[in-house]
Design a protein around this ligand. Structure first.
Ligand code: SAM
Length: 479
């Protein structure tokens, strides 16, 4: 029996089949070519990006900014239970595909269908959306999202500032206690934040407090907040690998850095360590950052300036301009170091034993040179170099800084409701008449079960940062 299909529907189906086929082809090609894993990652990262409001890539989403209102502008019923009209089979198929892979025609059709607001008229539940919000937003019992939002907006705390154009922000989407996606972006007039969960206009983010949940045009809750220095160094444009924040902070401790210190840091690389040291020594201190490669030197300076510009907008005052970047080889930098005396030195470069003869004469007696090395064989080379050079340096410690992320969250059923703890059954005869059966106990009746009644999942996060570096603490001594 022939199936009748209107011309528009047939075209859409043709387009969808083409997309499905080409994506499957890409997938197989990637599996056959492991080197293309990098390309796969790039595609994932592209799922959350900032783009111009009227850019050709996003023309279909540009007109939908009105629906990307902040969470507090929806009532709990609208926010938690929102649902649109039933979907057609074609719409259902298109929804299974990643947004990035949809053609402009499909996006436009989808857009037209979304013109009506996502408000539940049936009073039914959408567990997925409900969980999406309740996972992310912890609200006081009995409060309503709108009330919370307006009280946040009206009461700006002393010293608090609202988000302004030019600041560096982070957008996060969380589900079931996991950050599914995190992206750093610069807030710019007329731009839109794009993601697989919908888009948000930058103009709607400006003027909001940091740390606010905003709704995409698809109704998903995205946390938008200011980028911390840790976020910044992890997401900024990189030249070489950075000193990871967990290691950088341990190095600062090793070096016993204090406000006002004068510190030598090399190589500048991407500028991550330079920023951590800059913050530690403050406006009274000074950092000399030396980098042999001109391209890395420029990247470090650019990242430093970008962070300072965002800081100025946020705080209304300058980040202390306390880093002197120099494009030079530290092995032959004696003329550059002449006249300097350092409270501490941080080295993150290949073959550190080659630069020590130049550096150590300028390190205060009793002070520390902290060295960042990726491989244990490099640590051995360093110690062997020290043995041969007979420098006045004591190797006090060699450490690795393990950080283990954990996943701890209340256990939930698939429908979004909390699970409940089960009482131990000591003896069948001791069971109280009318006690709830096991089945009754599997999920809560209330959305706010009492304290202590909900079991938690609590285990190491399946995605862990593995080894990053060994840190070697060298102390200068005098005879
Ligand atoms: C791993 S990167 C440093 C990353 C940096 N700590 C950060 O957090 O962004 C190492 C850098 O040391 C630089 N380098 C290597 N040998 C050097 C030397 N003799 N003098 C100065 N820089 C050097 C390299 O060019 C490279 O940019």
């Amino acid at each position: 029996m022939a199936v009748q299909m209107p011309l528009g529907g047939a075209l859409l189906m043709h387009r969808l089949v083409r997309i499905c086929t080409s994506r499957q082809g890409h997938q197989r090609y990637r599996e056959l070519h492991p080197l293309l894993k990098i390309a796969t990652r790039t595609w994932e990262v592209r799922t959350f990006s900032a783009g111009p409001k009227n850019g050709s890539e996003n023309e279909d989403e540009a007109g939908s900014s009105a629906s990307s209102s902040p969470v507090p502008s929806l009532t709990p019923r609208q926010g938690l239970l929102s649902r649109r009209r039933p979907l057609s089979p074609l719409e259902r198929i298109s929804r299974l595909l990643p947004q990035d892979s949809l053609s402009p025609e499909v996006l436009q059709l989808r857009q037209e269908n979304q013109e009506e607001p996502e408000v539940d008229t049936r009073g039914g539940e959408d567990p997925a959306l409900k969980q999406d919000v309740s996972d992310s937003v912890v609200q006081p019992k009995g409060s309503d999202t709108q009330q919370n939002g307006s009280s946040c907006l009206s009461a700006t705390l002393p010293g608090e500032s609202l988000l302004v154009f030019g600041e560096l922000l982070v957008a996060e989407y969380r589900k079931k206690g996991w950050v599914e996606f995190r992206k750093m972006f610069k807030l710019q007039e007329g731009m839109r934040l794009h993601s697989s969960w919908g888009t948000i206009g930058h103009d709607e983010i400006a003027g909001q407090p940091s740390g606010r949940f905003l709704r995409t045009h698809l109704g998903m809750a995205i946390l938008v907040r200011r980028a911390s220095l840790e976020d910044y160094v992890l997401y900024m444009k990189r030249g070489p690998a950075i000193a990871y924040p967990k290691d950088a902070s341990s190095m600062l401790m090793m070096m016993d850095i204090t406000e006002g210190d004068i510190v030598l840091e090399s190589g500048s690389g991407s500028g991550a360590m330079s920023l951590f040291v800059s913050r530690a020594v403050g406006s009274k201190g000074k950092v000399l950052s030396v980098e042999v490669r001109e391209d890395h030197h420029k990247t470090a300076v650019c990242n430093y300036n970008r962070w300072r510009a965002s800081w100025r907008l946020q705080r209304g005052e300058e980040w202390p301009d306390n880093v002197c970047f120099h494009n030079a080889d530290l092995r032959t930098a004696s003329p550059l170091l002449a006249g300097w005396g350092f409270h501490s030195v941080a080295l993150d470069l290949i073959n550190p034993h080659l630069v020590l003869p130049t550096v150590i004469p300028h390190l205060h007696p009793g002070a520390v040179c902290a060295v960042y090395l990726a491989n244990i064989t490099q640590v051995i080379d360093l110690l062997e170099g020290l043995r041969c050079l007979a420098l006045p340096l004591l190797c006090e410690r060699i450490i690795e800084v393990p950080v283990r992320d954990w996943l701890v969250a209340p256990a939930r059923q698939k429908n979004g409701r909390f699970c409940t703890r089960k009482d131990p059954i000591v003896d069948q005869h001791q069971r109280v008449e009318n006690a709830p059966s096991d089945d009754d106990q599997e999920m809560t009746v209330s959305d706010h079960p009492p304290f202590g009644s909900v079991p938690y999942i609590a285990r190491p996060h399946p995605e862990q940062v593995s080894h990053t570096a060994f840190l070697v603490k060298l102390r200068k001594y005098t005879q």
